[in-house]
Design a binder for this molecule. Structure first.
Ligand SMILES: [Zn+2]
Length: 94
């Protein structure tokens, strides 16, 4: 089993785009918990795309993503950010 390497391409994309989207939402908590929640929410709204290509190649594929796919992923991440902003999983310290 340990030799089986599958990666969800979408997961890498979402993690890549997360920081970009969060830059537009400085008021949203950016702790690991909230970032993980955002990534999970976004991924639940995106079709998984499993691949056996290694991470380096996945990153080059992300560079080449067409604008439609890029927009879809950004949209899913943005929706997830807004969802966590409205319902953070923990108390926000002020
Ligand atoms: Zn947080």
């Amino acid at each position: 089993m340990n030799n089986i390497k599958v990666t969800n391409f979408m997961e890498v994309c979402v993690k890549e785009f997360l920081d970009d989207v969060l830059k537009k939402y400085p008021d949203v908590c950016q702790c690991d918990q909230c970032r993980s929640d955002i990534a999970a929410l976004a991924l639940n709204n995106l079709p998984p795309k499993y691949t056996t290509t290694d991470l380096g190649q996945i990153y080059s594929k992300i560079e080449l993503l067409d604008s439609q796919h890029r927009t879809d992923i950004y949209k899913a991440v943005t929706q997830a950010v807004e969802c966590v902003r409205k319902n953070p999983r923990h108390e926000i310290k002020k």
